[in-house]
Design a protein around this ligand. Structure first.
Ligand code: RIB
Length: 317
């Protein structure tokens, strides 16, 4: 059954990075010393914060984005794109002394990508405590990642906890954090490599991901979702662990699949769905995302997700 949104759409605040992605299509990633003829280069809006905000908005949430861009053409283009998705950009600051964040995204013929991010203005993100607290009042989630400075991310999470707003964290790119971090997280969404690094144990199969997820829950996280790419995702909560198989899809470009998954998951949970239903919606959204090139241009809208194929049933682990 398809999940339904409440009559009043949930509100989600995203704090995170905004990048202009320079997308290189290449036959394969070059090895050291190799010069390679690429297929094409395109400029597309991205950044994990921007992508997750767009995914939440296209799934029907009201979204506010807290971020920082430079006073340049890329920053303006990113702002305009977010406005087209109806995202509140009042809390995106412009820093006159740093360029807008950029990412070099190399996409191989297989659809797999390799990404290098230059933080630029994202590194200048500063939180206005009173403004963020006001924004978080009544919001279903603060969604954040690790492409913004860790002290600011932690500060925002503390403010969210104080205002009674749940935190959904995507710890990407992965960094080690202190013990006080974990109990602030309601929903931790991470891929298998991130799970391995943070849990300190393998997470490269559904069973291993379940074990790693349980170890992360012991630190104080309420629920954990480990994404496994073509093998789907594993959901771990107080009721146990379940493996959700993926849909079989020929990938064109996997960029932003995780961000798309997270947005659909967040909106579904914010609307009151059970974790397993939210994970299934995330899998359907990510499956559509990987059939299109680019980050934000490939993020599907709710109607398309609700019309898409259903993934196979989950398996208890
Ligand atoms: O998750 C994909 C994103 O990672 C890209 O859009 C790129 O900007 C990097 O932030």
């Amino acid at each position: 059954m398809n999940p339904k949104l409440p009559l009043v759409p949930p509100r989600i605040v995203v704090l995170g990075s905004l990048n202009m992605d320079l997308v290189l299509r290449v036959p394969h990633a070059p090895v050291a010393g190799e010069t390679l003829q690429g297929h094409s280069i395109h400029r597309m809006p991205g950044g994990k914060g921007g992508n997750q905000a767009v995914s939440c908005a296209r799934q029907g949430a009201r979204v506010g984005l807290v971020g920082c861009v430079g006073a340049d053409e890329y920053g303006e283009a990113l702002r305009q794109g977010l406005l087209q998705d109806g995202i509140d950009i009042a809390a995106i600051r412009t820093d006159a002394d740093a360029p807008t964040g950029t990412a070099l995204v190399m996409v191989e013929d297989t659809g797999q990508n390799r990404i290098v991010v230059i933080a630029g203005a994202n590194a200048r993100l500063e939180i206005d405590e009173a403004a963020l607290a006001a924004q978080l009042q009544g919001a279903a989630f603060l969604v954040t990642q690790f492409e913004s400075p860790l002290p600011q991310v932690a500060h925002a999470m503390r403010i969210a906890r104080r205002t009674g707003c749940k935190v959904m964290l995507n710890p990407s790119p992965v960094q080690s954090v202190d013990d006080a971090f974990w109990p602030m997280i309601d929903t931790l969404v991470l891929n298998e490599r991130e799970a391995e690094m943070l849990a300190g144990q393998p997470a490269d199969s559904p069973h291993a991901a379940a074990t790693a997820g349980r170890a992360l829950r012991v630190r104080g996280v309420e629920r954990v979702v480990v994404t496994l790419g073509a093998r789907g995702a594993v959901a771990i909560d107080a009721a146990g662990a379940r493996h959700h198989p993926a849909l079989r899809i020929q990938a064109v470009d996997t960029t932003a699949a995780g961000d798309t998954f997270l947005g659909a998951l967040a909106v579904s949970l914010a609307g009151g769905d059970a974790l397993d239903d939210a994970v299934r919606l995330g899998i359907r959204a990510a499956a559509l995302c990987i059939t299109q090139p680019g980050a934000q241009p490939s993020i599907p809208r709710r109607d398309a997700v609700l019309q898409s194929a259903l993934p196979p049933d989950w398996i208890s682990l």
